[in-house]
Design a protein around this ligand. Structure first.
Ligand SMILES: [Zn+2]
Length: 84
């Protein structure tokens, strides 16, 4: 699914960073304040997700939050683990 660019440059860069790590964008639909959601590579209840605001009060902090969550999430890096 092709997403629209985020109007804020810092946040757009952070979103691109998330996508490089296997995260996906999901349209949030009705909310005017929300730009959308980012979902981590694990699409289950254990997976991470984050709401992205269109116009956060502090765009730098919001971009940092995105990066921190991407770095914290290990789901994309555990794909090869296959020990049952
Ligand atoms: Zn995750």
């Amino acid at each position: 699914m092709k997403r629209s660019k985020h109007p804020n440059k810092e946040i757009e860069v952070a979103i691109s960073y998330a996508e490089e790590n296997g995260w996906t964008y999901k349209n949030s639909g009705k909310s005017a304040h929300s730009w959308g959601r980012l979902l981590c590579p694990l699409h289950t209840r254990e997976g991470h997700q984050m709401s992205i605001w269109s116009t956060p009060r502090n765009s730098f902090n919001h971009a940092q939050q995105i990066r921190k969550l991407v770095d914290k999430c290990l789901h994309s890096k555990e794909e090869e683990v296959n020990e049952n």
